[in-house]
Design a protein around this ligand. Structure first.
Ligand code: FDA
Length: 419
């Protein structure tokens, strides 16, 4: 029978990092994962180059029923700390956009870093190895007993790092959520996040021809307040939006999807910073030009021509006077107001999301009210810890989710004690 100070279940970002750090503190650590390959999500992340942290990560970049829960872990182990570790392994990286740091070469470098840290800590890794059952064990040395593919294992501390539900085809399961429930924890509602949004097929036929068109926008939504308490406040992002065959994607939509709930409308400004209705009314004064020309000139250069024309064609169903060739000077202000406002505040309600098959993360998870924010230890079951995405802490797009994996992993690793 095998016995360890710590068993970590899940050799993804959080599990590998915590296992290495705990091993380097002198603890005997076993890391178990049911998948044959290590850290597949890291491998595919950031287009194969891993957006491994964000220079500017703060608690404001995270969602969950208790938005303050992540504060302690993020301050105990910051993005600057992880950057130092990346530098110490000689991994070249660059900043792409808004503090987002990517490996110059490949996400494999990040996996190699985590494996090297585990080797330094003498971590034993069993992979692939399934876990069939976990029980509380009454004993001085071991507090948990696990039935695994490789036999019975006992441990003093059990760390659950099995991640969220997104991308089941590379090994995501609800194991961590089920284990949490077994030990009396609540799970806040789970939903796909950082995910493309879909629209009713009959509505979307109007826009599906624009598939592949990208445009910088401001997108907003007003979600219910976190945990259902307090005032609902609008949330908005300035990023690119991408039209797809079934709906909308791109960084703007992925970001807002984490705050969206069924039935909530989105408001999209296709020309941020330009009051289009005023610009159109001003442009028509003494002008002999056609509406299509005046419209094109009022729009930002970043808005593609295909979208500008499609927009005019669409609004013409409700405002027939808005023909491409109509002399702008002859158009009524109310029609130009409608045109301008439609693009400054495009209001539409998604019918759903592309689901866990396409979501980068899972929002919701192990309820943070029953975890210590300093150590990630269960308040219900001493020695049981939850780290990474399995917890109800979800980061924005841009390296924030990996930073949560590192920070929560380190908070746990520093708190673990030998038997
Ligand atoms: P993670 O999912 O990494 O690991 C969980 C591990 O548990 C897996 O190895 C799994 O096999 C194992 N497991 C599951 N069930 C088990 C069971 N029953 N028994 C044993 N083992 C089990 N984030 C970011 O910050 N920057 C980025 O660039 C990206 N890019 C990105 C791209 C794509 C396509 C996706 C899907 C996600 C991202 N993310 C991201 C999100 C990021 O990958 C994610 O938040 C972290 O990997 C979460 O780390 P965890 O260790 O919690 O889970």
């Amino acid at each position: 029978m095998n016995s360890f100070d710590v068993v970590v279940i899940g050799a993804g970002a959080a599990g590998l990092f915590a296992a290495g750090a705990a091993g380097q503190r002198g603890l005997r650590v076993l890391l178990i994962d049911h998948a044959a390959k290590v850290a597949e999500k890291i491998r595919i992340s950031g287009g194969g180059r891993s957006n491994f942290t964000n220079r500017d990560a703060t608690p404001a970049n995270y969602l969950g029923d208790n938005p303050h829960f992540c504060r302690s872990a993020l301050s105990q182990y910051t993005s600057a700390d992880f950057i130092k570790l990346v530098q110490s392994h000689g991994i070249a990286f660059h900043e792409k956009h808004k503090g987002q740091l990517f490996c110059d070469h490949s996400s494999q470098q990040l996996i190699d870093l985590l494996l090297a840290e585990c080797a330094k800590g003498g971590v034993e890794r069993w992979q692939p190895c399934g876990v069939q059952a976990v029980r509380r064990h009454e004993g001085d040395e071991a507090r948990f007993e696990l039935d695994t593919d490789r036999g019975l294992v006992r441990c003093h501390n059990l760390v659950v790092a099995t991640g969220g539900l997104s991308i089941p085809k590379i090994g995501a399961t609800d194991f961590g959520h089920r284990l949490a429930t077994q030990f009396g924890h609540r799970i806040t509602p789970l939903r796909p996040a950082l995910v493309p949004l879909t629209f009713d097929a009959t509505l979307w036929t109007r826009w599906s021809a624009l598939s592949g068109v990208a445009v910088p926008v401001t997108v907003s939504v007003t979600p219910p307040p976190p945990g259902g308490k307090g005032k609902a406040r609008p949330v908005s992002f300035d990023e690119d939006l991408l039209f797809t065959h079934r709906g909308l994607s791109g960084p703007a939509i992925l970001q807002i999807s984490s705050y969206w709930a069924p039935g909530l409308p989105l408001s999209i400004d296709l020309a941020p910073g330009t009051a289009l209705a005023s610009a159109l009314k001003q442009a028509k004064q003494g002008s002999k030009r056609q509406l299509s020309t005046v419209w094109r000139e009022a729009l930002p250069e970043s808005l593609p021509q295909r979208l500008a024309l499609a927009w005019l064609a669409d609004i013409r169903h409700e405002h027939p006077a808005l023909r491409d060739e109509a002399p702008a000077a002859e158009l009524k202000d109310k029609d130009l107001d409608a045109l301008g406002q439609s693009a400054n505040a495009w209001t539409l309600t998604p019918s759903g999301t592309e689901g866990y098959a396409k979501a980068e993360v899972t929002a919701g998870g192990v309820d943070t009210r029953e975890l210590s924010s300093q150590t990630m230890e269960s308040r219900l079951c001493p020695g049981l810890y939850f780290i990474g995405e399995v917890v109800d802490v979800t980061g924005w797009l841009g390296g924030y989710n990996f930073q949560w994996a590192w920070s929560s992993g380190m908070a746990c690793a520093r708190a673990l004690q030998a038997a």
